[in-house]
Design a protein. Structure first.
Length: 285
């Protein structure tokens, strides 16, 4: 292994040591979103306070309105135009998810190196597709909470986003882009757990994100880990940092869906296309 790779490993190890000490460093642009996220974690928060918090953040307000008007949450088609009705319609859990999507998106926009612009946005595109598919899979093929599944899909690669957002402090990470994928996958899981724990994400979600992705899923899915595995396998856009070849990716997808006929899977995705597209559109803004 060459010197640049050793430097990258050393940088990642130093970053891991920071995280183990509880030193989570987010871009300053995320401060407001983090405060909203923290406030929403109060179990005694009332709808008036939620509406005030959401209304004070323009992007979060737009996301809440768009989600409330999406096919997934507004089957009547009657347009919702105010934050209070939107919050009442979707509930507090999806608002927490939207706040987290704002945090992740701000990490995307805080990338330090322009060379990673395409990779970072490809990772975001992959993430929101997995999140939308997780919602549909949980709702259509299981008794799991679909909102929780959507949240898990949204944060399942947060370790990689954090590494990218912090890359400016560790320039050695960017010296050898050819090895970047392997380094990301080697360290992003432990980094992701540290970030999720710092954000007080429920252990059920952290466990799902931590679940091994190569053991195959149970269909119908019995856990959030199963849902994430299926959503990853069905996502139209792969993780840009994957170390798998297209052939290996195909084998993984076959393994994930071997217990359910393709006809059923295709039908579930086709019938839910409008829902999937509406969730993706909400998260993209």
């Amino acid at each position: 292994m060459g010197e640049p790779v050793n430097s990258s490993l050393e940088a990642l190890q130093r970053l891991s040591a920071e995280l183990e000490s509880g030193d989570i460093v987010f871009p300053t642009s995320i401060d407001v979103s983090l405060r909203i996220r923290q406030a929403l974690e109060n179990p005694d928060i009332n709808v008036n306070e939620v509406c005030r918090l959401v209304g004070a953040e323009p992007v979060l307000s737009a996301k809440a309105l768009r989600l409330a008007n999406s096919v997934a949450y507004n089957r009547s088609g009657n347009e919702i135009t105010d934050v209070r009705t939107a919050v009442t319609r979707v509930g507090t859990e999806p608002i927490r998810m939207l706040t987290m999507s704002l945090i992740v998106r701000q990490m995307v926009d805080a990338r330090a190196d322009e060379r990673l612009r395409v990779l970072t946005h490809d990772l975001w595109r992959h993430t929101i597709h997995v999140s939308a598919l997780s919602y549909v899979i949980a709702r259509r093929l299981s008794r799991l909470n679909a909102d929780t599944a959507m949240f898990a899909g949204l944060v399942h690669e947060i370790g990689q986003f954090y590494l990218l957002a912090r890359a400016s402090a560790f320039p050695a990470l960017l010296q050898r882009e050819a090895e970047l994928g392997g380094l990301m996958f080697s360290f992003s899981q432990s980094v992701g757990r540290a970030v999720l724990e710092s954000l007080k994400v429920p252990e059920q979600v952290i466990a799902a994100v931590d679940a091994p992705m190569f053991e195959g899923a149970v269909v119908p899915p019995r856990s959030l880990g199963d849902v994430l595995f299926l959503a990853e396998s069905m996502a139209a856009f792969p993780n840009p940092f994957t170390t798998l070849s297209p052939e290996e990716d195909g084998l993984l997808a076959d393994a994930a869906t071997s217990d359910i006929d393709n006809e059923t899977l295709e039908a579930v995705v086709a019938e839910s296309k409008e829902e999937i597209d509406s969730i993706i559109a909400t998260l993209q803004i």
